[in-house]
Design a protein around this ligand. Structure first.
Ligand SMILES: *[C@@H]1O[C@H](CO)[C@@H](O)[C@H](O)[C@H]1NC(C)=O
Ligand SMILES: [Mg+2]
Length: 255
């Protein structure tokens, strides 16, 4: 099939998904069928988990041990400081590898799980957000990536001001748009972001108390996958979407 018509088909499919969502939650039988599909794809190696089982190349491993030229001045606002690692906004002024520093994120992870880090590096490369990777002066594996626009839903002014009922609707819209974005990523980029909880979805636009667009963040170790071959077929897109809704479609604590 030539690309434009295939793309058209995918857009139709995806807009169909959006309007159908929540009409009928998945039954147990449907859920089991999708689980079986995902297991089969993983056994065949078409769904490659982003964790320590990632099969890295020698060159990737060498790349990871390269020293990054980052100073403490480059570390701006700390967004996360957890046992699994730290995330900062890069501080300006100036450029890093041709990008404005203020548009970048620095993510540092402990050195024990190089394969998982390389899986995330691969995913970010495929979606076009990877800027650099290597090891920082403290010996932590570090990824430099493009920063996504948006804020977590609970930080959005329109959400804070909304009624309880509207808040609940906005949370579901956010989950749904996140799942849509993740299903699109499978087809277009070969990356399945399936770590789609509310803190990994940034809300980009809210209009008339309705969430209109989102971005996904955090392709790290967890429920994320690199997708190859057969598992990327357009006819399977709805399975990824349905599975995501099954896991994340009813966000808790956001109403
Ligand atoms: C990687 O993730 C997959 C899928 O979630 C899981 O089955 C597997 O046990 C994990 N492997 C490692 C080494 O963590
Ligand atoms: Mg995470």
């Amino acid at each position: 099939m030539p690309l434009p018509s295939k793309l058209f088909f995918v857009i139709l499919l995806i807009s169909g998904l959006l309007t159908a969502a929540y009409a009928a939650p998945l039954g147990q039988e449907e859920t089991q069928k999708i689980r079986a599909f995902l297991d089969e794809m993983q056994e065949k190696g078409f769904l490659e988990p982003i964790n320590d089982s990632y099969q890295y190349t020698q060159a990737e491993m060498e790349g990871l041990s390269r020293s990054l030229l980052l100073s403490s001045n480059d570390h701006g606002l700390c967004l996360q400081d957890q046992t699994w690692g730290q995330v900062w906004r890069m501080a300006g002024p100036g450029k890093y590898k041709g990008h404005n520093k203020v548009d970048l994120i620095i993510k540092s992870l402990p050195a024990e799980k190089p394969a998982a880090v390389l899986g995330e590096v691969k995913a970010l490369g495929l979606i076009g957000d990877l800027v650099d990777f290597g090891t920082n002066s403290q010996g932590q594996h570090t990824i430099i990536m493009k920063r996504k626009a948006g804020v977590q839903l609970y930080e959005a002014e329109a959400y804070k001001k909304a009624s309880t009922q509207k808040k609940s609707e906005m949370a579901k819209q956010t989950a749904r748009l996140g799942c849509l974005k993740s299903a699109e990523g499978v087809f277009h980029k070969g990356v399945w972001h399936n770590d789609n909880h509310m803190y990994n979805i940034l809300v980009v636009e809210i209009k008339d108390e309705s969430v209109k667009s989102v971005e996904l963040v955090d392709y790290g170790e967890g429920q994320n996958y690199l997708v190859h071959g057969e598992a990327r077929k357009s006819e399977y897109i709805s399975k990824y979407y349905d599975w995501c809704i099954h896991l994340y479609g009813q966000p808790f604590g956001f109403d």
